[in-house]
Design a binder for this molecule. Structure first.
Ligand code: UDX
Ligand code: UDX
Ligand code: ADP
Length: 480
């Protein structure tokens, strides 16, 4: 029986290993993590992450060929294949701060693997890492190996949160990079055999190590770039009277462009896009390619611009002040169907509104009050270091309330901001919401999910990203 161990029981490692266990009954999969609370949750009925379909997969395999444990060293030493799926946040201090990936967790995992291994192993990079990380890891492993042979593979995971199980069941492609040597080739084939249990062979791509590492950064950069492109167009649409939904549709119909990832929004979030682009920018700068670095930086600049633009629109529409006004915030997760708030645009929008002294009433179906409060006090890049929390100032605390119902959030509010595209926000009783709000009642739709005509009929003043402005908004131009 092949034994797989995955270090890191997070958003990537957990679901990926659960699906490998489901699809490969002959493989024993152990997912290990240093976080006792995470592992306890994986072994309970309340999994640590919300992901549609994940519960069923875990229930089917847990205790049979899928195990979650904090006994990291035991499982690593027994494994034939070790996946490393630890966090690689952006560095917050020292050389490359704010851009480079922090490989502290990676390095300590590699040293531990070298320490406890008693047999040859394949070590697989699963978390997104800077190009040439494999080389560094290889050095750590071989210099500490006591004669044991390690083969390093890069197998970046392309799943998106909210659709992780679907993405893992039928991936567009699986990418495996390895050394171009007989041993490297053998390791590639061993990992390919695992995926071949359910992924068609023509979707399993094999490349050299560096191509695999760079492809992951490139794919995320391209996806984010599409969103920044459409968001940049959304600003122009508002200025000219074009409609971004019509423009996106027309552009996406070109088979060379395609329709996906062209939804204008308040901005992209999530743990990957910004981090990976910053990382790409850093790599370009380190390699003497400032023009290339500058090109990719623009993707993040437009994303920041879009979030600012949204806040400015809210404030300018409401007579240029939100001071002491109650604003309902619907959605805090970075996208629907996840409870994840890493780099969510909601954080920046909320901070912007709080800067204008608004009172916020926030509701998200999957994000806890504790998480929302924590997000709002963290400095940028701090999500990964919760120990460095600063206390929220007492006056700010008083201005944020987290509630468990959209109707409660909007009661008595002057305005509503939709910041996550949860399905339930499409089907709210907006008449009831309107009746309970201050007048004039505003809706600012940062995800283009609301039926603008219907809302206007009810009496709302409606702003929707990239859509023609109604008379009111035209008279209150936002300064971007
Ligand atoms: C373009 C648009 O494709 C077409 O829809 C529009 O109506 C007019 O402008 P055209 O300029 O004739 O058409 O050719 P196109 O095939 O788009 O190529 C434009 C340039 O891009 C060429 O120099 C081509 O060599 C280059 N190109 C194209 C690349 O360098 N790489 C590519 O992958 C594709
Ligand atoms: C992304 C990549 O899609 C995935 O392949 C990679 O493995 C990890 O990073 P994820 O961050 O989970 O996945 O979600 P994704 O669906 O890509 O959305 C990222 C952000 O972009 C979200 O905030 C989403 O709301 C936003 N988005 C997405 C838009 O604003 N418009 C779109 O058209 C698509
Ligand atoms: P991702 O979204 O990439 O999966 P997460 O932050 O959700 O990232 O998960 C990474 C996990 O890796 C965390 O649960 C963290 O506790 C774990 N981790 C980090 N370093 C180590 C280590 N050396 N050994 C075991 N687990 C680790």
């Amino acid at each position: 029986m092949v034994k797989i161990c995955c270090i890191g029981a997070g958003y990537v490692g957990g679901p990926t290993m659960a699906v490998i266990a489901l699809k490969c009954p002959a493989i024993e999969v152990a997912v290990v993590d240093i976080s006792v609370s995470r592992i306890t949750a994986w072994n309970s009925d309340q999994l640590p992450i919300y992901e549609p379909g994940l519960d069923a997969v875990v229930k089917q395999c847990r205790g049979k060929n899928l195990f979650f444990s904090t006994d990291v060293e035991k499982h690593v030493s027994e494994a034939d294949i070790v996946f490393v799926s630890v966090n690689t946040p952006t560095k917050t201090s020292g050389l490359g701060a704010g851009k480079a990936a922090d490989l502290t967790y990676w390095e300590s995992a590699a040293r531990m693997i070298a320490d406890v291994s008693k047999s040859d192993k394949i070590v697989v990079e699963e978390s997104t890492v800077p190009v040439k990380t494999a080389e560094a890891i290889e050095k750590i492993l071989t210099h500490n190996s006591k004669g044991i042979k390690f083969q390093i593979l890069s197998n970046p995971e392309f799943l998106a949160e909210g659709t992780a199980i679907q993405d893992l069941f039928s991936p567009d492609r699986v990418l495996i990079g390895g050394r171009e040597t007989p041993e490297g080739e053998k390791a590639i084939q061993a990992l390919k055999a695992v995926y071949a249990n359910w992924v068609p062979e023509d979707r399993i791509l094999t490349t050299n190590l560096w191509s695999a590492e760079l492809s992951k950064l490139a794919a995320n950069a391209f996806l984010a770039q599409r969103i920044s492109s459409v968001n940049a167009m959304s600003a122009l649409c508002e200025a000219t009277g074009a409609n971004i939904t019509e423009v996106s549709y027309a552009v996406g119909k070109d088979s060379r462009i395609g329709p996906k990832f062209l939804n204008a929004s308040v901005g992209f979030g999530g743990s990957c896009f910004q981090k990976d682009i910053l990382n790409l920018v850093y790599i370009c700068e380190c390699n003497g390619l400032p023009e290339v670095a500058e090109y990719w930086k623009q993707v993040i600049k437009i994303n920041d611009y879009q979030k600012n633009r949204f806040v400015n629109r809210v404030v300018s529409s409401m007579f240029n002040t939100v001071s002491n006004k109650k604003i309902a915030v619907l959605g805090s997760a970075f996208k629907k169907d996840t409870g994840d708030t890493r780099e969510t645009p909601a954080i920046d929008v909320c901070k912007g509104l709080l800067g204008g002294k608004a009172r916020l009433s926030i509701y998200d179906p999957q994000v806890t009050e504790d998480q929302i409060q924590r997000d709002l006090v963290m400095n940028k890049f701090d999500w990964d270091h919760p120990l460095h929390l600063q206390p929220m100032s007492p006056t700010t605390v008083k201005r944020v309330s987290v509630v468990w119902d959209a109707y409660e959030a909007t009661k008595g509010a002057h305005g509503v901001c939709i910041l996550t595209e949860w399905d339930e926000f499409k089907n709210l009783d907006y008449k009831k919401i309107y009746d309970n709000m201050q007048k004039p009642a505003f809706i600012f739709d940062g995800r283009n999910i609301a039926d603008m005509d219907k809302l206007r009929e009810i009496g709302f003043i409606v702003y929707s990203i990239g859509k023609p402005l109604d008379g009111w908004l035209k008279d209150m131009p936002a300064v971007a």
